[in-house]
Design a protein around this ligand. Structure first.
Ligand code: F42
Length: 329
């Protein structure tokens, strides 16, 4: 199994660069940076991380086809690829509705929009002149001047959770980034990804299936669990009812969580977020528990384990703890 790490650029980029170097030294193969308009820019962040590292792959995890024109996204990630000596990876997803509302973006037709964009990204990465009259993307001879004809392709991953998105990801992507932490979610997702791959005449075994987890590791298991509570609250509050029910959690809890989150009353979340929610929506605990859960993810078909925020009490210490566990895979 490959290991990745996710950073939210809501802290100084030079801190993230230092963590990325530590992760590279520990043997992580991917670093992913999230993309929300209200945090630091994903591509500027990846550029700085590329200067601080030599081998680790640098992924936008994930951008979306609405806040940037697809040609701008292609140019940005191809620039990171150019700067880093070919280490860039593009992750694209439907985008986070809660951030779109603030920008007046509707984010419609995510399935067909992302499917069209993946095709356009790939042609631009190959240095082609792109003309397309799609339902959602219309180009007339778009072209990236700095990309050589038939340049090595930049891998395109899709961030997906819903069944149709997972199926589409199976049909068109090089990998799928699934925002989930429990093996049950991957057992549910794999058949949908497989169906999509088969519908496109592809082998699902060629895809990188990444568990984009909410992760927190510490020698003190209780401290690790306490650290994830606000993140689990956000995940649960935004999760479709079907996912909550799948984990035996009453979807009614979403209203209470949402109310406390919108009031910024994070103390109240400690009482609302149950141990069961922590278990189902995160990997949080001591190294022994985390390793056991990672092994379960691998058995459920996961090929890349991404340690996502908050990662732990001290990111540096947590990265080194995961580095030790990595040696057992
Ligand atoms: C759109 C949504 O897809 P989803 O995969 O559940 O989207 C939820 C999240 O994955 C999405 O918000 C992501 O952008 C969230 N996300 C991030 N979102 C961000 O904004 N920033 C990030 O950095 C980020 C990281 C990230 C990493 C992994 C990951 O899995 C998700 C991540 C959904 O509702 N899908 C349904 C319905 C799809 C649909 O709308 N179908 C319509 C439209 C058809 C058409 O599109 O033409 C239809 O069938 O009629 C489904 O898949 O079945």
């Amino acid at each position: 199994m490959k290991f990745g790490i996710e950073f939210v650029p809501n802290e100084p980029v030079l801190n993230l660069a230092s963590y990325a170097k530590t992760a590279e030294d520990e043997g992580f193969e991917f670093v992913w940076v999230t993309d929300h308009y209200n945090n630091r820019d994903v591509f500027a962040t990846l550029t700085v991380l590329s200067m601080a590292t030599n081998r680790i792959q640098l992924g936008a995890g994930v951008t979306n086809p609405y806040t940037r024109n697809p040609a701008l996204t292609a140019s940005a990630i191809a620039t990171v690829n150019d700067i880093s000596g070919g280490r860039a990876v593009l992750g694209v997803g439907p985008g986070d509705k809660s951030t779109f509302d603030a920008l007046g973006i509707a984010g419609e037709k995510p399935l067909s929009t992302i499917r069209e964009c993946v095709g356009v990204y790939r042609e631009l990465f190959a240095g082609k002149n792109v003309s397309t009259a799609g339902e959602n993307v219309q180009f007339k001879g778009a072209h990236l001047n700095f990309v050589k004809k038939d340049a090595a392709p930049i891998p395109v991953y899709v961030g997906a959770q819903g069944p149709k998105m997972l199926e589409m990801a199976g049909a068109v992507s090089d990998g799928v980034l699934i925002n989930a932490s429990h093996p049950d979610d991957f057992k549910q997702a794999m058949p949908q990804i497989r169906a999509g791959a088969e519908s496109a005449g592809r082998n699902a075994g060629d895809l990188d299936i990444a568990a984009y987890t909410c992760f927190s590791i510490d020698a003190d298991a209780d401290a690790a669990k306490k650290k994830v509570i606000p993140v689990v609250a956000f995940i649960a509050a935004g999760a479709p009812d079907a996912i909550l029910s799948r984990h035996g959690i009453n979807p009614e809890i979403k209203k209470e969580l949402g109310a406390e989150i919108s009031k910024g009353n994070f103390k109240a979340l400690n009482d609302l977020v149950s141990d069961q929610m922590v278990d189902k929506f995160s990997i949080a605990g001591d190294p022994e528990f985390c390793e056991k859960r990672m092994k379960e993810l691998e058995e459920s078909g996961v090929t890349q384990m991404v340690a996502g925020s908050p990662i732990g009490i001290s990111k540096e210490k947590s990265i080194k703890m995961i580095g030790k566990i990595m040696k057992n895979f």
